[in-house]
Design a protein around this ligand. Structure first.
Ligand SMILES: NC(=O)c1ccc[n+]([C@@H]2O[C@H](COP(=O)([O-])OP(=O)(O)OC[C@H]3O[C@@H](n4cnc5c(N)ncnc54)[C@H](O)[C@@H]3O)[C@@H](O)[C@H]2O)c1
Length: 305
């Protein structure tokens, strides 16, 4: 295993690490549904647990829509789509995860909700080697690990949005994470899912969000102060810096609630002003203007589609 401090993790030498055959995903929002989709595509049997039957149905619809899009684009055969959907089971019962070897948590970015869930999952999982992973963007893994009796088997596996498109995974190890857990999570992400793996220490925001969130918050402050229009801010970064989208469009894609929650975790950890969520971001969240997932954020997606 490559140690922290070097570049991307090479998973080639991990071919003898046992593969994950049975996985659970908790939360089927933007991220959970993407994680479940790529795992099922890779041949893994996946049980997805949502908070309610209706949310589970919405998660299934999200995955079907994404697979349909891949079929229409000629990237996937219709027969493969059927096989992938066969490997996905949707449930609203956490107890259905008892036989899982790995569970990836992708619920809302809220520390209390996540620690409560980790406590429950620790009780439910029967395999004493089972790994409990979080897709959190910013909450220190140690806080989740200490809610369980298996802190050495708790790790951050941080995917990027949209999961079927973006090839990066940040692995986040706490001071308690064992090297066996790190190797298995790296082999799963790199060799089974085909992701590029980088390794981060357990600090709020990890590598990517510690850099990205202050940039997005600066764009929100720039817009809020009337310095420039949202279109010009985004155009500036797209055309001037060759970014695929501008910071305000990116905040809409991430979700403004998630952006704010990540900023709050970073602020709590480092107490630096650049991480403080600007008032406009808070007001938009209170108004339910959460970005693409709610139909409107800095931009209006209902009118666009
Ligand atoms: N949005 C992004 O760009 C992004 C990127 C990387 C990581 N993340 C992280 O992934 C996680 C999920 O983010 P998202 O964008 O998918 O959010 P989301 O709001 O789209 O989805 C969250 C889902 O979790 C479900 N949920 C909430 N509590 C639950 C519970 N107790 N049991 C089961 N399901 C529950 C909700 O019903 C919802 O469907 C967060 O921790 C976030 O920080 C988000």
């Amino acid at each position: 295993m490559t140690s922290a401090g070097s570049t991307a993790v090479s998973t080639d030498q991990l071919s003898d690490v046992p593969a994950i055959a049975r996985m659970g995903v908790v939360g089927a929002g933007q991220m959970g549904s993407g994680i479940a989709e790529v795992a099922a595509k890779a041949g893994v049997d996946v049980i997805i647990v949502e908070a309610s039957e209706s949310a589970a149905t919405a998660g299934r619809a999200r995955i079907e829509k994404s697979l349909d899009r891949a079929v229409k684009a000629g990237k996937l055969d219709a027969s493969e789509e059927v096989a992938i959907l066969d490997r996905l089971t949707f449930s609203s019962d956490l107890e259905s995860l008892t036989d899982r070897e790995l569970v990836v948590e992708a619920i809302i970015e809220n520390e209390n909700a996540k620690t409560g869930l980790f406590r429950r999952l620790d009780e439910i999982l029967e395999d004493e080697l089972a790994i409990l992973a979080s897709n959190t963007s910013s909450i220190p893994i140690m806080k989740l690990a200490m809610a369980t009796r298996r802190p050495e088997q708790v790790i951050g596996i941080h995917f990027f949005n949209p999961v079927p498109v973006l090839h990066l995974v940040e692995l986040v190890t706490s001071l308690h994470t064992s090297s066996a857990t790190q190797d298995r999570a790296a082999a799963f992400s790199g060799n089974q899912l085909g992701k590029r793996v980088i390794l981060s220490k357990d600090r709020a925001g990890f590598i990517v969000n510690a850099l990205l969130i202050p940039y997005i918050l600066s764009a929100v402050r720039m817009f809020e102060s009337g310095f420039a229009s949202k279109e010009d801010i985004d155009q500036g970064m797209v055309t001037g810096c060759a970014h695929p989208m501008g910071p305000l469009a990116l905040a809409d894609l991430i979700g403004l609630d998630t952006t704010k929650a990540v900023a709050e975790s970073l602020y709590e950890e480092f107490k630096e002003q650049l991480y403080a969520p600007p008032p406009l971001l808070a007001r938009m969240c209170e108004a339910g203007l959460l970005g693409r997932k709610s139909g409107r954020g800095f931009y209006d997606y209902e009118r666009r589609s």
